[in-house]
Design a protein around this ligand. Structure first.
Ligand code: ZN
Length: 212
């Protein structure tokens, strides 16, 4: 029996954001769910049409951090449920879901790519194929992007993402990530997909950093 399941049997689930009691399969309590700030359907991001479900603050931030740093992969499904229930009409149709790739060294340390977990959960919910067709070459720069401006991030990212050799080329792709900040990572991924022959690229994220 997985440890997480064992723990949920031994102790009632607690809200990841505030520690209050939560329902089974609900990572947030009712009050924190009510505190999520939903974002409008129309958003721009470095030239790639993209949509993020909620603002990256408060309970949404707690969820993303729990997924990333505690390895609670089951949380990806809770995020995917929120995304699927609120996505603009047509966004989650007739597209392959392409996770934003993670640098291989970081992927090894963490043990999983949270973007891929969210994409897989979304795919299961919406009946869309997963196309894990992008990668970050091991030699690519992977310094922190904190403090860099949009242009600097873009130029640092161009060439840092490439299409995986031999992967099938989807006709229409929807890039998936946990958090979008400037959209520069989505843009670099969109360039790699376009070069490979993908004709239509959009993006979806669970959360978006406010004030951008
Ligand atoms: Zn709570």
């Amino acid at each position: 029996m997985p440890l997480s399941l064992l723990l949920s049997l031994l102790a009632p689930p607690l809200c990841l954001a505030c520690g209050a009691a939560a329902q089974v399969h609900q990572p947030l309590c009712g009050r924190c769910r009510g505190g999520l700030r939903w974002l409008p359907p129309e958003q721009a991001g470095a030239g790639v049409p993209l949509w993020a479900a909620v603002s990256y603050e408060g309970p949404a931030r707690a969820l993303v951090r729990a997924l990333k740093f505690r390895g609670a992969v089951a949380l990806a499904d809770a995020m995917a449920a929120q995304m699927a229930a609120n996505a603009p009409p047509g966004l989650l149709e007739s597209r392959a879901l392409v996770p934003v790739p993670m640098h291989p060294a970081r992927r090894r340390r963490r043990g999983f790519n949270q973007a891929k977990e969210i994409a897989a959960a979304l795919g299961r919910r919406c009946g869309l194929p997963l196309a894990d067709c992008l990668e970050r070459p091991a030699g690519a720069a992977r310094g922190s992007q904190v403090g860099l401006g949009r242009e600097e991030r873009l130029s640092a990212l161009t060439g840092s993402v490439r299409f995986r050799r031999g992967a099938a080329v989807p006709l229409r792709a929807l890039l998936v990530d946990d958090v979008v900040t400037t959209g520069a990572t989505f843009a670099a991924c969109a360039v790699a997909l376009a070069h490979a022959g993908v004709r239509d690229v959009g993006g979806i994220a669970y959360a978006r950093t406010p004030g951008r």
